[in-house]
Design a protein around this ligand. Sequence first.
Ligand code: GDP
Ligand code: IMO
Ligand code: MG
Length: 443
Amino acid sequence: MTVTIVGSQLGDEGKGALVDLWGGDADIVVRYQGGDNAGHTVVEDGEEYKLSLVPSGAVRDKVGVLGNGCVINPRTLFSELDDLRERGLEPDVRLAKRAHVIMPYHRRLDNIEEEAKADSDLTVGTTGRGIGPTYEDKAGRRGIRVGDLLDPEVLRQRLEYVVPQKRAVIEDVYGLEAGEECDIEALVEEFTEFGRRLSEEDMVVNCGDFLAERRDAGENVMFEGAQGTLIDIDHGSYPYVTSSNPTAGGASTGTGLGPTVVGQGEVVGIVKAYLSRVGEGPMPTELKDDDRDEELADYIREKGGEFGTVTGRPRRIGWLDLPMLRHAARVSGFTGIAVNHLDVLAGLDEVKVGHAYELDGEERLTMPATTERWAECEPVLKEFETWPEVDWTEVAEEGYEALPDAAQDYLEYISDELDVPVYAVGIGPDREQTVHLENPFDK
Ligand code: GDP
Ligand code: IMO
Ligand code: MG
Protein backbone atom coordinates (compact mmCIF):
# COMPACT_ATOMS: atom_id res chain seq x y z
CA MET A 1 0.00 0.00 0.00
CA THR A 2 1.24 3.48 -0.80
CA VAL A 3 -0.11 6.90 0.12
CA THR A 4 1.14 10.00 -1.66
CA ILE A 5 0.78 13.36 0.03
CA VAL A 6 0.65 16.34 -2.36
CA GLY A 7 0.39 20.06 -1.68
CA SER A 8 -2.58 21.26 -3.73
CA GLN A 9 -1.88 24.99 -3.61
CA LEU A 10 1.23 27.09 -3.05
CA GLY A 11 3.04 25.16 -0.34
CA ASP A 12 2.60 25.24 3.43
CA GLU A 13 -0.82 23.58 3.30
CA GLY A 14 0.05 21.58 6.41
CA LYS A 15 1.48 18.52 4.64
CA GLY A 16 3.82 17.74 7.54
CA ALA A 17 0.89 17.47 9.94
CA LEU A 18 -0.86 14.85 7.77
CA VAL A 19 2.33 12.93 7.00
CA ASP A 20 2.77 12.75 10.73
CA LEU A 21 -0.83 11.71 11.36
CA TRP A 22 -1.05 8.92 8.78
CA GLY A 23 2.68 8.17 8.92
CA GLY A 24 1.84 6.17 12.02
CA ASP A 25 0.60 3.47 9.62
CA ALA A 26 3.53 3.71 7.22
CA ASP A 27 6.79 1.81 7.57
CA ILE A 28 8.76 4.14 5.33
CA VAL A 29 8.30 7.82 4.51
CA VAL A 30 9.98 9.02 1.30
CA ARG A 31 10.53 12.55 0.10
CA TYR A 32 10.53 12.52 -3.72
CA GLN A 33 11.57 16.07 -4.66
CA GLY A 34 12.79 19.39 -3.37
CA GLY A 35 15.38 20.06 -0.73
CA ASP A 36 15.81 22.27 2.30
CA ASN A 37 13.48 24.86 0.75
CA ALA A 38 10.68 22.87 2.40
CA GLY A 39 9.57 23.62 5.93
CA HIS A 40 7.29 20.98 7.41
CA THR A 41 5.89 21.40 10.90
CA VAL A 42 4.91 18.50 13.11
CA VAL A 43 3.38 19.14 16.52
CA GLU A 44 3.03 16.27 18.95
CA ASP A 45 1.66 16.96 22.43
CA GLY A 46 2.62 20.60 22.10
CA GLU A 47 6.20 19.72 21.10
CA GLU A 48 7.00 21.37 17.74
CA TYR A 49 9.42 20.02 15.12
CA LYS A 50 10.32 22.07 12.07
CA LEU A 51 11.85 19.86 9.42
CA SER A 52 13.26 21.06 6.15
CA LEU A 53 15.02 17.98 4.83
CA VAL A 54 14.48 15.03 7.13
CA PRO A 55 11.14 13.39 6.13
CA SER A 56 8.38 14.18 8.64
CA GLY A 57 8.05 10.45 9.47
CA ALA A 58 11.25 10.76 11.52
CA VAL A 59 9.24 12.10 14.44
CA ARG A 60 7.43 8.75 14.50
CA ASP A 61 10.61 6.64 14.27
CA LYS A 62 9.85 5.64 10.68
CA VAL A 63 12.56 5.02 8.11
CA GLY A 64 12.91 8.30 6.21
CA VAL A 65 14.23 8.23 2.65
CA LEU A 66 15.37 11.16 0.53
CA GLY A 67 14.63 9.92 -2.98
CA ASN A 68 16.61 10.43 -6.18
CA GLY A 69 14.34 13.37 -7.09
CA CYS A 70 15.58 15.35 -4.09
CA VAL A 71 18.43 17.83 -3.89
CA ILE A 72 20.37 17.47 -0.68
CA ASN A 73 22.51 19.94 1.20
CA PRO A 74 24.60 17.74 3.53
CA ARG A 75 25.32 20.69 5.82
CA THR A 76 21.60 21.14 6.47
CA LEU A 77 21.00 17.41 6.68
CA PHE A 78 23.58 16.74 9.35
CA SER A 79 22.69 19.81 11.37
CA GLU A 80 19.01 18.79 11.31
CA LEU A 81 19.89 15.21 12.30
CA ASP A 82 22.11 16.42 15.12
CA ASP A 83 19.32 18.71 16.39
CA LEU A 84 16.79 15.88 16.36
CA ARG A 85 19.20 13.60 18.20
CA GLU A 86 19.71 16.27 20.82
CA ARG A 87 15.95 16.29 21.31
CA GLY A 88 15.97 12.58 22.01
CA LEU A 89 14.90 11.20 18.61
CA GLU A 90 16.85 8.62 16.66
CA PRO A 91 16.02 9.38 13.03
CA ASP A 92 16.82 6.60 10.54
CA VAL A 93 17.40 8.50 7.28
CA ARG A 94 18.59 7.04 3.96
CA LEU A 95 19.71 8.97 0.90
CA ALA A 96 19.34 7.88 -2.70
CA LYS A 97 22.70 7.54 -4.43
CA ARG A 98 21.13 9.21 -7.45
CA ALA A 99 19.96 12.31 -5.54
CA HIS A 100 21.82 15.51 -6.38
CA VAL A 101 23.91 17.46 -3.93
CA ILE A 102 23.45 21.17 -3.28
CA MET A 103 26.95 22.63 -3.30
CA PRO A 104 27.95 25.96 -1.75
CA TYR A 105 28.25 27.53 -5.23
CA HIS A 106 24.58 26.67 -5.94
CA ARG A 107 23.47 28.64 -2.93
CA ARG A 108 25.69 31.56 -3.87
CA LEU A 109 24.35 31.58 -7.45
CA ASP A 110 20.73 31.38 -6.26
CA ASN A 111 21.27 34.54 -4.23
CA ILE A 112 23.26 36.30 -6.94
CA GLU A 113 20.54 35.68 -9.52
CA GLU A 114 17.75 36.83 -7.24
CA GLU A 115 19.75 39.96 -6.47
CA ALA A 116 20.28 40.58 -10.18
CA LYS A 117 16.53 40.33 -10.77
CA ALA A 118 15.67 42.39 -7.70
CA ASP A 119 14.36 45.47 -9.49
CA SER A 120 12.35 43.63 -12.09
CA ASP A 121 9.18 41.59 -12.02
CA LEU A 122 11.30 38.52 -12.71
CA THR A 123 12.17 38.07 -9.02
CA VAL A 124 10.90 34.73 -7.77
CA GLY A 125 11.55 35.29 -4.08
CA THR A 126 13.32 31.94 -3.71
CA THR A 127 14.27 30.53 -0.35
CA GLY A 128 17.92 31.13 -1.27
CA ARG A 129 18.83 27.50 -0.66
CA GLY A 130 20.39 26.85 -4.07
CA ILE A 131 17.51 24.70 -5.29
CA GLY A 132 17.17 26.09 -8.83
CA PRO A 133 20.91 26.09 -9.64
CA THR A 134 21.24 22.48 -8.40
CA TYR A 135 18.41 21.23 -10.61
CA GLU A 136 19.91 23.24 -13.49
CA ASP A 137 23.15 21.31 -13.11
CA LYS A 138 21.22 18.05 -12.88
CA ALA A 139 19.54 18.77 -16.21
CA GLY A 140 22.83 20.11 -17.58
CA ARG A 141 24.57 16.81 -16.77
CA ARG A 142 27.16 18.52 -14.61
CA GLY A 143 25.69 17.84 -11.17
CA ILE A 144 27.27 16.12 -8.19
CA ARG A 145 25.28 13.15 -6.92
CA VAL A 146 25.23 11.57 -3.47
CA GLY A 147 27.00 8.50 -4.89
CA ASP A 148 29.88 10.75 -6.03
CA LEU A 149 30.58 11.78 -2.43
CA LEU A 150 31.62 8.20 -1.70
CA ASP A 151 34.53 8.34 -4.15
CA PRO A 152 36.96 11.26 -3.67
CA GLU A 153 38.48 10.78 -7.13
CA VAL A 154 35.16 10.97 -8.94
CA LEU A 155 34.15 13.94 -6.79
CA ARG A 156 37.37 15.76 -7.61
CA GLN A 157 37.04 15.06 -11.32
CA ARG A 158 33.50 16.43 -11.42
CA LEU A 159 34.41 19.51 -9.39
CA GLU A 160 37.42 20.23 -11.58
CA TYR A 161 35.07 20.39 -14.54
CA VAL A 162 32.24 22.36 -13.02
CA VAL A 163 33.80 24.81 -10.56
CA PRO A 164 35.72 26.88 -13.16
CA GLN A 165 32.39 27.40 -14.94
CA LYS A 166 30.77 28.65 -11.75
CA ARG A 167 33.74 30.91 -11.07
CA ALA A 168 33.45 32.35 -14.57
CA VAL A 169 29.75 33.05 -14.14
CA ILE A 170 30.27 34.76 -10.79
CA GLU A 171 33.24 36.82 -11.98
CA ASP A 172 32.70 37.41 -15.69
CA VAL A 173 28.91 37.53 -15.92
CA TYR A 174 28.09 39.19 -12.61
CA GLY A 175 31.41 40.98 -11.97
CA LEU A 176 31.62 39.65 -8.42
CA GLU A 177 34.39 37.93 -6.57
CA ALA A 178 34.29 34.17 -6.25
CA GLY A 179 34.96 32.98 -2.72
CA GLU A 180 35.41 29.76 -0.84
CA GLU A 181 32.37 28.28 -2.61
CA CYS A 182 34.72 27.88 -5.59
CA ASP A 183 37.72 26.49 -3.73
CA ILE A 184 38.03 23.00 -5.19
CA GLU A 185 40.40 21.66 -2.52
CA ALA A 186 38.18 22.84 0.31
CA LEU A 187 35.09 21.39 -1.40
CA VAL A 188 36.73 18.01 -1.98
CA GLU A 189 37.76 17.89 1.65
CA GLU A 190 34.41 18.93 3.13
CA PHE A 191 32.24 16.80 0.84
CA THR A 192 34.46 13.71 1.06
CA GLU A 193 34.02 13.97 4.79
CA PHE A 194 30.22 14.09 4.32
CA GLY A 195 30.54 10.98 2.13
CA ARG A 196 32.56 9.24 4.82
CA ARG A 197 29.92 10.01 7.42
CA LEU A 198 27.13 8.81 5.12
CA SER A 199 28.93 5.49 4.59
CA GLU A 200 29.82 5.09 8.22
CA GLU A 201 26.22 5.62 9.29
CA ASP A 202 25.01 3.32 6.49
CA MET A 203 22.77 6.04 5.08
CA VAL A 204 23.19 5.58 1.32
CA VAL A 205 20.85 3.35 -0.71
CA ASN A 206 19.83 2.51 -4.24
CA CYS A 207 16.44 4.09 -3.67
CA GLY A 208 14.25 2.17 -6.13
CA ASP A 209 15.71 -1.21 -5.11
CA PHE A 210 15.50 -0.39 -1.42
CA LEU A 211 11.84 0.62 -1.64
CA ALA A 212 10.86 -2.28 -3.89
CA GLU A 213 12.36 -4.78 -1.45
CA ARG A 214 10.54 -3.25 1.47
CA ARG A 215 7.29 -3.23 -0.47
CA ASP A 216 7.75 -6.87 -1.46
CA ALA A 217 8.11 -7.60 2.24
CA GLY A 218 4.65 -6.08 2.72
CA GLU A 219 5.63 -2.70 4.12
CA ASN A 220 3.57 0.47 3.68
CA VAL A 221 5.22 3.40 1.91
CA MET A 222 4.24 7.03 2.21
CA PHE A 223 5.45 9.51 -0.40
CA GLU A 224 5.85 12.93 1.21
CA GLY A 225 5.55 15.78 -1.30
CA ALA A 226 7.11 19.11 -0.51
CA GLN A 227 5.97 22.49 -1.93
CA GLY A 228 2.69 22.58 -3.86
CA THR A 229 1.04 22.19 -7.27
CA LEU A 230 1.14 25.87 -8.18
CA ILE A 231 4.89 26.02 -7.63
CA ASP A 232 5.49 22.84 -9.66
CA ILE A 233 7.97 23.50 -12.46
CA ASP A 234 5.63 22.03 -15.10
CA HIS A 235 2.15 22.63 -13.73
CA GLY A 236 2.68 25.75 -11.63
CA SER A 237 2.82 29.47 -12.28
CA TYR A 238 6.07 29.44 -14.21
CA PRO A 239 8.50 31.19 -13.71
CA TYR A 240 7.31 31.80 -10.11
CA VAL A 241 7.90 28.18 -9.22
CA THR A 242 10.37 25.86 -7.59
CA SER A 243 12.50 23.66 -9.83
CA SER A 244 10.97 20.21 -9.22
CA ASN A 245 7.67 18.30 -9.50
CA PRO A 246 5.71 18.34 -6.22
CA THR A 247 2.73 16.83 -8.10
CA ALA A 248 2.08 13.09 -7.87
CA GLY A 249 4.05 12.14 -11.01
CA GLY A 250 7.15 13.20 -9.11
CA ALA A 251 6.56 10.39 -6.62
CA SER A 252 7.42 7.89 -9.33
CA THR A 253 10.31 9.61 -11.10
CA GLY A 254 11.68 10.83 -7.79
CA THR A 255 11.90 7.43 -6.10
CA GLY A 256 12.33 4.72 -8.72
CA LEU A 257 8.97 3.03 -8.12
CA GLY A 258 6.70 2.87 -11.16
CA PRO A 259 3.67 5.09 -11.80
CA THR A 260 1.48 2.00 -11.39
CA VAL A 261 2.75 1.63 -7.82
CA VAL A 262 1.85 5.21 -7.03
CA GLY A 263 -1.42 4.92 -8.94
CA GLN A 264 -2.55 1.76 -7.16
CA GLY A 265 -2.34 3.62 -3.89
CA GLU A 266 -4.04 6.73 -2.56
CA VAL A 267 -3.09 10.24 -3.65
CA VAL A 268 -4.19 12.77 -1.07
CA GLY A 269 -4.27 16.49 -1.83
CA ILE A 270 -3.58 18.69 1.15
CA VAL A 271 -5.72 21.81 1.02
CA LYS A 272 -5.46 24.88 3.21
CA ALA A 273 -8.94 26.29 3.85
CA TYR A 274 -7.71 29.63 2.44
CA LEU A 275 -4.56 30.54 0.51
CA SER A 276 -1.11 31.61 1.51
CA ARG A 277 1.86 32.33 -0.71
CA VAL A 278 5.42 33.15 0.16
CA GLY A 279 7.28 34.57 -2.81
CA GLU A 280 6.18 36.29 -6.00
CA GLY A 281 3.61 35.40 -8.65
CA PRO A 282 -0.09 35.93 -9.31
CA MET A 283 -2.77 35.09 -6.78
CA PRO A 284 -6.23 36.08 -8.09
CA THR A 285 -8.01 35.72 -4.76
CA GLU A 286 -5.36 37.63 -2.78
CA LEU A 287 -6.78 39.87 -0.06
CA LYS A 288 -5.18 43.17 -0.97
CA ASP A 289 -7.71 45.37 -2.77
CA ASP A 290 -8.43 47.81 0.04
CA ASP A 291 -7.76 48.53 3.73
CA ARG A 292 -10.48 46.13 4.82
CA ASP A 293 -8.92 43.30 2.81
CA GLU A 294 -5.53 44.08 4.23
CA GLU A 295 -6.86 44.10 7.77
CA LEU A 296 -8.45 40.74 7.22
CA ALA A 297 -5.24 39.36 5.67
CA ASP A 298 -3.26 40.63 8.69
CA TYR A 299 -5.72 38.95 11.03
CA ILE A 300 -5.57 35.60 9.22
CA ARG A 301 -1.77 35.82 8.94
CA GLU A 302 -1.41 36.32 12.69
CA LYS A 303 -3.98 33.74 13.67
CA GLY A 304 -2.72 31.11 11.23
CA GLY A 305 0.95 31.85 11.97
CA GLU A 306 1.48 32.55 8.27
CA PHE A 307 5.19 33.30 8.26
CA GLY A 308 7.58 31.20 6.15
CA THR A 309 8.95 28.20 8.07
CA VAL A 310 12.31 28.44 6.28
CA THR A 311 12.76 32.18 5.80
CA GLY A 312 10.34 33.77 8.27
CA ARG A 313 8.83 35.94 5.51
CA PRO A 314 5.19 37.03 6.03
CA ARG A 315 2.97 35.02 3.68
CA ARG A 316 0.48 36.68 1.33
CA ILE A 317 -3.11 35.69 2.12
CA GLY A 318 -6.16 35.04 -0.06
CA TRP A 319 -9.48 33.22 -0.23
CA LEU A 320 -9.62 29.60 -1.30
CA ASP A 321 -9.30 29.34 -5.09
CA LEU A 322 -11.38 26.58 -6.70
CA PRO A 323 -10.00 26.81 -10.27
CA MET A 324 -6.58 26.23 -8.68
CA LEU A 325 -7.86 23.21 -6.78
CA ARG A 326 -9.60 21.74 -9.84
CA HIS A 327 -6.27 22.02 -11.68
CA ALA A 328 -4.40 20.36 -8.79
CA ALA A 329 -6.91 17.53 -8.47
CA ARG A 330 -6.56 16.72 -12.17
CA VAL A 331 -2.77 16.99 -12.38
CA SER A 332 -2.21 14.61 -9.46
CA GLY A 333 -5.39 12.54 -9.71
CA PHE A 334 -6.43 13.06 -6.10
CA THR A 335 -8.31 10.15 -4.55
CA GLY A 336 -9.07 12.19 -1.44
CA ILE A 337 -8.26 15.48 0.26
CA ALA A 338 -7.47 16.78 3.73
CA VAL A 339 -8.59 20.32 4.51
CA ASN A 340 -6.48 22.15 7.08
CA HIS A 341 -6.78 25.40 9.01
CA LEU A 342 -10.56 25.38 9.23
CA ASP A 343 -10.15 26.80 12.74
CA VAL A 344 -8.35 29.86 11.37
CA LEU A 345 -11.46 30.96 9.43
CA ALA A 346 -13.72 30.61 12.49
CA GLY A 347 -15.22 33.78 13.93
CA LEU A 348 -14.71 35.92 10.81
CA ASP A 349 -17.38 38.36 9.61
CA GLU A 350 -17.20 36.93 6.11
CA VAL A 351 -15.94 33.79 4.40
CA LYS A 352 -15.60 33.69 0.63
CA VAL A 353 -14.10 31.43 -1.98
CA GLY A 354 -13.10 32.07 -5.58
CA HIS A 355 -15.55 29.70 -7.28
CA ALA A 356 -14.53 30.60 -10.84
CA TYR A 357 -12.54 33.22 -12.76
CA GLU A 358 -13.70 35.90 -15.12
CA LEU A 359 -11.39 36.32 -18.09
CA ASP A 360 -12.22 38.40 -21.20
CA GLY A 361 -15.78 38.75 -19.98
CA GLU A 362 -16.26 35.00 -19.75
CA GLU A 363 -16.54 32.80 -16.73
CA ARG A 364 -14.23 29.79 -16.51
CA LEU A 365 -13.78 27.06 -13.94
CA THR A 366 -10.14 26.20 -14.61
CA MET A 367 -6.82 27.99 -14.82
CA PRO A 368 -5.28 29.34 -18.01
CA ALA A 369 -1.90 27.81 -18.86
CA THR A 370 0.15 30.99 -18.96
CA THR A 371 0.98 32.99 -15.91
CA GLU A 372 0.29 36.29 -17.69
CA ARG A 373 -3.28 35.18 -18.49
CA TRP A 374 -3.69 33.83 -14.97
CA ALA A 375 -2.72 37.24 -13.61
CA GLU A 376 -5.58 38.76 -15.65
CA CYS A 377 -8.18 36.50 -14.03
CA GLU A 378 -10.66 38.15 -11.70
CA PRO A 379 -12.15 35.85 -9.10
CA VAL A 380 -15.89 35.18 -9.12
CA LEU A 381 -16.46 35.06 -5.39
CA LYS A 382 -19.02 32.93 -3.60
CA GLU A 383 -19.95 33.87 -0.08
CA PHE A 384 -20.42 31.28 2.67
CA GLU A 385 -22.09 31.42 6.02
CA THR A 386 -19.53 32.02 8.71
CA TRP A 387 -18.90 29.67 11.61
CA PRO A 388 -18.05 30.60 15.20
CA GLU A 389 -15.06 29.77 17.36
CA VAL A 390 -15.76 26.56 19.21
CA ASP A 391 -13.80 24.30 21.52
CA TRP A 392 -11.73 22.56 18.85
CA THR A 393 -10.32 19.97 21.22
CA GLU A 394 -13.85 18.87 21.93
CA VAL A 395 -14.66 18.78 18.20
CA ALA A 396 -11.58 16.63 17.57
CA GLU A 397 -12.78 14.18 20.18
CA GLU A 398 -16.39 14.08 19.00
CA GLY A 399 -15.75 13.97 15.26
CA TYR A 400 -17.14 15.44 12.06
CA GLU A 401 -20.72 15.96 13.24
CA ALA A 402 -19.44 18.23 16.00
CA LEU A 403 -18.11 20.73 13.44
CA PRO A 404 -20.33 23.82 13.10
CA ASP A 405 -22.92 23.33 10.31
CA ALA A 406 -21.53 26.16 8.20
CA ALA A 407 -18.05 24.63 8.36
CA GLN A 408 -19.49 21.30 7.22
CA ASP A 409 -21.20 23.07 4.30
CA TYR A 410 -17.88 24.63 3.35
CA LEU A 411 -16.15 21.23 3.35
CA GLU A 412 -18.93 19.57 1.40
CA TYR A 413 -18.77 22.28 -1.23
CA ILE A 414 -15.04 21.67 -1.77
CA SER A 415 -15.49 17.91 -1.82
CA ASP A 416 -18.37 18.15 -4.34
CA GLU A 417 -16.53 20.54 -6.62
CA LEU A 418 -13.46 18.29 -6.75
CA ASP A 419 -15.49 15.12 -6.70
CA VAL A 420 -13.30 13.53 -4.02
CA PRO A 421 -13.96 12.65 -0.38
CA VAL A 422 -12.52 14.52 2.60
CA TYR A 423 -10.30 12.19 4.64
CA ALA A 424 -9.35 14.59 7.43
CA VAL A 425 -9.98 18.11 8.65
CA GLY A 426 -7.30 20.12 10.41
CA ILE A 427 -8.59 22.26 13.25
CA GLY A 428 -5.30 23.16 14.92
CA PRO A 429 -1.59 22.44 14.56
CA ASP A 430 -1.32 19.53 17.01
CA ARG A 431 -1.61 15.89 15.89
CA GLU A 432 -4.66 15.58 18.14
CA GLN A 433 -6.37 18.59 16.56
CA THR A 434 -7.65 16.69 13.56
CA VAL A 435 -11.09 15.40 12.67
CA HIS A 436 -10.62 11.92 11.17
CA LEU A 437 -12.96 10.65 8.51
CA GLU A 438 -10.89 8.06 6.74
CA ASN A 439 -7.32 6.79 6.99
CA PRO A 440 -6.00 6.34 3.42
CA PHE A 441 -3.93 3.34 4.56
CA ASP A 442 -7.21 1.59 5.41
CA LYS A 443 -8.62 1.99 1.88
P1 GDP B 1 3.79 22.22 5.11
O1 GDP B 1 4.96 22.88 4.48
O2 GDP B 1 2.71 21.93 4.12
O3 GDP B 1 4.15 20.99 5.90
O4 GDP B 1 3.18 23.25 6.12
P2 GDP B 1 4.00 24.19 7.18
O5 GDP B 1 4.39 23.35 8.33
O6 GDP B 1 5.04 24.98 6.49
O7 GDP B 1 2.87 25.25 7.54
C1 GDP B 1 1.68 24.89 8.12
C2 GDP B 1 1.55 25.57 9.49
O8 GDP B 1 0.23 25.44 9.93
C3 GDP B 1 2.40 24.94 10.58
O9 GDP B 1 2.75 25.92 11.51
C4 GDP B 1 1.45 23.91 11.19
O10 GDP B 1 1.76 23.59 12.52
C5 GDP B 1 0.15 24.65 11.11
N1 GDP B 1 -1.04 23.82 10.90
C6 GDP B 1 -1.20 22.66 10.22
N2 GDP B 1 -2.49 22.28 10.21
C7 GDP B 1 -3.18 23.23 10.89
C8 GDP B 1 -4.57 23.44 11.20
O11 GDP B 1 -5.45 22.66 10.82
N3 GDP B 1 -4.89 24.56 11.92
C9 GDP B 1 -3.94 25.44 12.33
N4 GDP B 1 -4.34 26.51 13.01
N5 GDP B 1 -2.64 25.30 12.04
C10 GDP B 1 -2.27 24.21 11.34
P1 IMO C 1 6.81 23.54 1.77
O1 IMO C 1 7.29 22.13 1.48
C1 IMO C 1 6.02 27.54 0.26
C2 IMO C 1 8.63 28.98 -2.98
C3 IMO C 1 9.60 30.11 -2.69
C4 IMO C 1 9.65 30.77 -4.05
C5 IMO C 1 9.61 29.58 -5.01
C6 IMO C 1 10.96 29.12 -5.49
O2 IMO C 1 7.11 23.99 3.15
O3 IMO C 1 5.38 23.68 1.38
P2 IMO C 1 12.98 27.83 -4.32
O4 IMO C 1 13.81 28.19 -3.14
O5 IMO C 1 12.26 26.54 -4.19
O6 IMO C 1 13.73 27.92 -5.61
O7 IMO C 1 11.87 29.00 -4.40
O8 IMO C 1 8.98 28.53 -4.28
N1 IMO C 1 8.75 27.82 -2.08
C7 IMO C 1 7.85 27.51 -1.12
N2 IMO C 1 6.73 28.15 -0.72
N3 IMO C 1 6.35 26.37 0.81
C8 IMO C 1 7.45 25.70 0.40
O9 IMO C 1 7.74 24.45 0.83
C9 IMO C 1 8.29 26.28 -0.58
N4 IMO C 1 9.42 25.91 -1.19
C10 IMO C 1 9.69 26.85 -2.12
O10 IMO C 1 9.07 30.97 -1.70
O11 IMO C 1 8.49 31.53 -4.28
MG1 MG D 1 6.09 24.59 4.74
